[in-house]
Design a protein around this ligand. Structure first.
Ligand code: NAD
Length: 366
């Protein structure tokens, strides 16, 4: 098949799985790697047999590249995405879409003005686990969804990430870091949110890195590290989410959806697989078989989906509008806490189309 040529900007920690996506999805051909640290681009190019390691400007000037994958750190996501769009490229970026609503909106508006596509991580909601949950809800197994809970608690990333400062700076914190997985999954399952409120706090003003190579370095914490949010979904359901870098241990589910006729236990939205569990009155929790494939780490599936969507003209699933809505929700939790009130959201989005049943690995549109 004719491939879509991809350039990757940002060759750090998460980039390997995206380079791997070039082998996992038939439609993707990764032709260039760029990073402000040239050696990082060269290292990934060598590792994955990519023909070109280059500067960002050289990558953007390559007329063969149709989609740029932006894997830089959050605070430059918007700036890099805008440069890609200015260069006439479609862009799919790591989460969050941008650090502020204003920057997110600039990206969406420029793409619309130029007739280009914007996509954003996470694409884990396209995995077998959450697609199975979507089918269970839409087939009516839990009746009408009335509420949802979501929990992500840990003690931060300074014990394992080699370069963890950005998690404690603007655009970091547990909500901007992990909220996109949980909120994107919830919007995919329940639809958009119309109103939120929330409370935030920062418990530890300083963090000490215990991972190598920066072991012992102190990080000044600039952002809230415990964020509790409430959501009023457009379908009338009520959602509760807690994301925290302040908790040493907890025994909480990832996501649960409660319906008029049963409950659904949703797997880790930071992964692609199960387990999916269903509970209906009169029975205990039952493990459900996955109805959809892509249960293994398939990061990059959102880029492949955009490549197919460009061919047929259909909407792509991990869309900029979805990512902007998620960014708006996350910002609104913080605004609600700072201002002591509930916030009516200005954004909304369509639920992405479910993936079809019976797909073959590596192919999204037959
Ligand atoms: N590490 C993970 O497990 C993980 C998982 C999911 C998503 N993410 C997201 O992926 C993104 C990258 O995370 P990471 O862990 O790979 O970070 P990282 O710091 O390891 O890598 C980021 C890379 O981007 C490069 N970079 C920064 N600014 C740039 C610019 N202006 N132009 C070109 N290159 C630039 C850096 O030199 C670095 O190599 C973040 O948005 C993060 O939220 C990370």
């Amino acid at each position: 098949m004719k491939t879509t040529k991809i350039g990757i900007i940002g060759c750090g920690n998460i980039s390997s799985i995206y380079f791997q996506a070039g082998s996992n999805f038939e439609i993707l051909e990764i032709v260039a790697a760029a990073d402000i640290v040239k050696e990082r681009a060269q290292a990934r190019a060598d590792e994955f047999n990519i023909p070109k390691a280059c500067t960002v400007d050289e990558l953007l000037a390559d007329p063969d590249i149709e989609i740029v994958v932006n894997l830089t750190i959050p605070k430059v996501h918007a700036e890099v995405a805008l440069a890609c769009l200015e260069a006439g490229k479609h862009v799919h970026g790591e989460k969050p879409l941008a650090v502020t609503r204003e920057d997110g909106k600039k990206v969406i508006d420029l793409a619309k003005a130029k007739g280009l596509r914007v996509g954003s991580a996470p694409d884990t909601f396209m995995g077998g686990g959450i697609q199975t949950c979507r089918k269970i809800i839409e087939d009516g197994w839990i009746g009408e969804p009335i509420a949802a809970t979501a929990f992500m608690t840990c003690h931060g990333h300074e014990s394992w990430h080699p370069d963890p400062e950005f998690y404690y700076k603007a655009g970091g914190g547990p909500m901007f870091d992990m909220g996109p997985y949980y909120l994107t999954a919830l919007v995919n399952l329940m639809g958009p949110v119309r109103r939120v409120t929330g409370f935030t706090r920062a418990t530890f003003p300083e963090r000490t890195i215990t991972s190598q190579p920066k072991c012992g370095t102190k990080i000044k914490v600039d952002v809230p590290t415990h964020v509790a949010g409430m959501m009023d979904f457009e379908n009338g359901a009520i959602g509760t989410i807690i994301t925290s870098f302040d908790v040493w241990g907890a025994e909480l589910p990832y996501i649960e959806i409660y319906g008029t006729e049963g409950s659904l236990s949703v797997p880790d939205p930071n992964g692609f697989g199960g387990p999916v569990k269903l509970m209906r009155p009169g029975s205990g929790w039952v493990d459900m078989p996955l109805s959809h494939i892509y249960a293994d780490n398939s990061r990059g599936i959102g880029v492949a989906d955009m490549a197919y969507a460009l061919r047929s003209g259909r909407p792509h699933r991990a869309s900029g509008d979805l990512a902007y809505h998620v960014l708006d929700i996350m910002q609104a939790f913080h605004d609600a806490s700072n201002e002591g009130r509930a916030i009516d959201l200005q954004s909304t989005c369509a639920k992405p189309a479910p993936l079809p049943l019976g797909l073959r690995m590596g192919i999204l549109d037959e």
